[in-house]
Design a protein around this ligand. Structure first.
Ligand SMILES: [Mn+2]
Length: 369
């Protein structure tokens, strides 16, 4: 009879998501032991796991399985770009559509979905395009998210997407990629962006509340508003750092009911909690820029004013001038904004401003919350 995993993902109340392992078995074991000490038994690798890699992979898989068994843990993982996709594909999928490499070391193929005991739906969508493809001695075309993967994923909602790549329009990530673009050939950047665009199509099919990925080797936790046609939604986009980086968020402990997150370092040290901002309210202070689909609005909550910042393609409008902010009815990521303004001259009429769907709320200076 087939052996059952110790900690099936369906019944997990906490999932420990782990950034790129890169075949670093000692680092993985250190983390698995710390997690086991705090009772965490279901762990999810976010791609670039690199255990199933070359000639020694059988031995590595046996070592990993032995440690997981000793800790009564199960390690599920989605594939990244830095992965031996040919070797992965030699393992058959089981009747659930998962790919057990060993009893407790289980690959989740792209498009796989799980209903958790909490009632939440989880979708898995690994894969990413290597920015350094032209410099790599080992490269697999199967690293790319394909149209078939997106068809397998299907159009249904899921609360949570587990991936290697990240959705588009994440400010902290896009700023980082802009700053590091000089490091890569133009063709590699274009290829990598095409892969991210493909993942983003899958992301929009799922419209999740929470997106957790790896790949970029830096920690990000940002709430973003998205729109599919007229329908808006907000997602907390989390990117985890690799297990090789010290002191940063490499692990996310996800409560499968509330979707609340605690971040840990690769050594299992807990990091301070700082929830990403999802809403601008009248009770806040400071200066903020609200990005909608069509424009940007600067809110000075100390001065009580708002004005529109013209983008390069925007046509000037009367609402561009600085106005007094009377009230904020609604200013939430993924929704249309609504706030009341009036001209600065005395006895001016109050009018409501209705915005397109809000994508970002960004502090002009630090603080102000
Ligand atoms: Mn990586």
């Amino acid at each position: 009879m087939e052996k059952q995993p110790f900690a099936p993902i369906e019944s997990a109340t906490t999932l420990a998501a782990v950034g790129d392992v890169h075949g670093d078995v000692p680092a993985l074991f250190r983390l698995l032991d710390v997690l086991a000490d705090s009772g965490i038994r279901c762990v999810i690798g976010l791609g670039d796991v690199g255990i199933l890699w070359g000639r020694n992979s059988n031995r590595d898989v046996q070592k990993v399985e032995a440690r997981l068994s000793a800790n009564e843990q199960t390690f599920y993982w989605v594939d990244g770009n830095h992965e031996n996709h040919t070797l992965i594909a030699t393992y058959p999928t089981d009747r659930r559509g998962r790919r057990p490499i060993s009893t407790n070391f289980i690959h989740l193929p792209r498009g796989h979905r799980v209903t958790l005991a909490s009632g939440r739906a989880l979708a898995a969508l690994g894969g990413a395009n290597s920015v350094d493809r032209s410099q790599r001695s080992t490269w697999w075309p199967a690293e790319s998210v394909s149209g078939t993967d997106l068809a397998t994923l299907g159009p249904g909602y899921a609360d949570l997407i587990i991936s290697h790549d990240a959705p588009e329009d994440v400010l902290a990530l896009d700023n980082y990629l802009d700053k590091t673009a000089f490091m890569w050939p133009q063709i590699g950047i274009a290829y990598s962006q095409a892969g991210r665009a493909m993942f983003h199509r899958g992301f929009l099919q799922v419209r999740p509340k929470l997106s957790v990925g790896g790949h970029y080797h830096l920690p990000i936790d940002e709430a973003v508003g998205y729109a599919v046609g007229d329908h808006g939604f907000a997602t907390r986009v989390v990117v985890l750092d690799t297990l090789q980086h010290v002191g940063t968020a490499s692990v996310a402990m996800i409560d499968t009911g509330s979707l609340a997150i605690r971040f840990l370092t690769a050594d299992g040290e807990e990091l301070p909690v700082r929830e990403p901002l999802t809403e601008l309210t009248e009770s806040m202070t400071g200066e903020w820029v609200v990005h909608t689909r069509d424009s940007r609005h600067r809110f000075d909550l100390d001065a009580g004013t708002v004005d529109r910042i013209l983008g390069p393609d925007a046509q000037p409008e009367p609402s561009d001038r600085v106005r007094r902010l009377r009230s904020i009815d609604r200013c939430r990521l993924g929704e249309r904004g609504r706030w009341a303004v009036e001209d600065l001259e005395p006895n001016a009429d109050q009018l409501w401003h209705e915005s397109s769907i809000i994508r970002h709320i960004v502090p002009v200076k630090s603080g102000g919350r």
